[in-house]
Design a protein around this ligand. Structure first.
Ligand SMILES: [Zn+2]
Length: 252
């Protein structure tokens, strides 16, 4: 049994990044904890391979609102441990009944080579699954999350998935983007992806005065890199394409 499954990095005042450190860096999602005066946010919850709630309790005793940026398996696995679970209504049925297919096709990604160490001795890759965690409330375009000390607006940015949302802090130009944009190959070929909507969502982001992006994967970045990632995608580059082939490339 591994007790140090998660690693926690303090990124800035009140913002911590939690990662599943024994999961390959090309798969593990960024779990963001944002401390608020009224309540804290937990933006995505990882693959659900080891308990997460106590790790968060060690960071803060505040009430927690879990925000699922979208319904893919690598982002929603720990949601069931928390009482308040918010996401976009269009993905409600997936949070309630997550399957291999409707959460993004984990068979292509969850393999023995995916792990530096396994979560426990009895773990069998073929038995990986995600626990049901029905949404307890919805977030959609224009909704506001007022933490007291920070205010985030919800943006609905479909394309990667129908219900992808991001959290934008107007005051600072800070964006928690989920998988809409991160510093890596963007994924627009899962069964419910829509490349045309994806382009429209990225075009919206391009027009905002965003200064700092905390993505759903990889490291955070600033405005210049944001523009270059978007423009690369618009040129038809920087796409994951076929997931299984992409994973094979990452492993070689
Ligand atoms: Zn995703």
């Amino acid at each position: 049994m591994i007790n140090d499954w998660y690693e926690i990095h303090k990124i800035s005042e009140g913002v911590s990044l939690i990662r599943e450190k024994h999961v390959a860096n090309w798969l593990r999602c960024n779990i963001w904890h944002v401390r608020g005066n009224n309540f804290d946010l937990l933006i995505d919850t990882g693959m659900g391979l080891r308990p997460l709630k106590n790790e968060i309790a060690a960071l803060s005793q505040n009430p927690i609102k879990v925000i699922s940026t979208h319904c893919h398996f690598d982002h929603i696995g720990g949601a069931h441990e928390f009482d308040c679970r918010l996401g976009h209504k269009s993905e409600e049925y997936i949070h309630a009944d997550p399957t291999e297919h409707n959460t993004g096709g984990w068979n292509a990604f969850v393999r023995a080579e995916t792990f530096v160490r396994l979560p426990d001795d009895s773990f069998v890759v073929e038995n990986y699954s995600v626990k049901s965690a029905p949404l307890t409330g919805y977030l959609d375009e224009g909704d506001v999350l007022d933490l007291g000390n920070r205010v985030f607006q919800i943006m609905h940015l479909p394309g990667h998935s129908p219900g992808s949302i991001a959290l934008y802090e107007k005051n600072t130009g800070c964006l928690f983007s989920g998988d809409v944009v991160y510093d890596g190959a963007l994924f627009d070929t899962v069964y419910h992806s829509d490349p045309q909507l994806y382009r429209e969502s990225l075009a919206r982001l391009r027009e905002l005065p965003i200064q700092l992006v905390h993505g759903g994967h990889y490291d955070s970045f600033g405005r210049e890199k944001l523009l270059s990632i978007i423009d690369r995608y618009f040129r038809g580059e920087g796409r994951m394409g076929n997931a299984a082939e992409w994973v094979n490339n990452e492993l070689n």
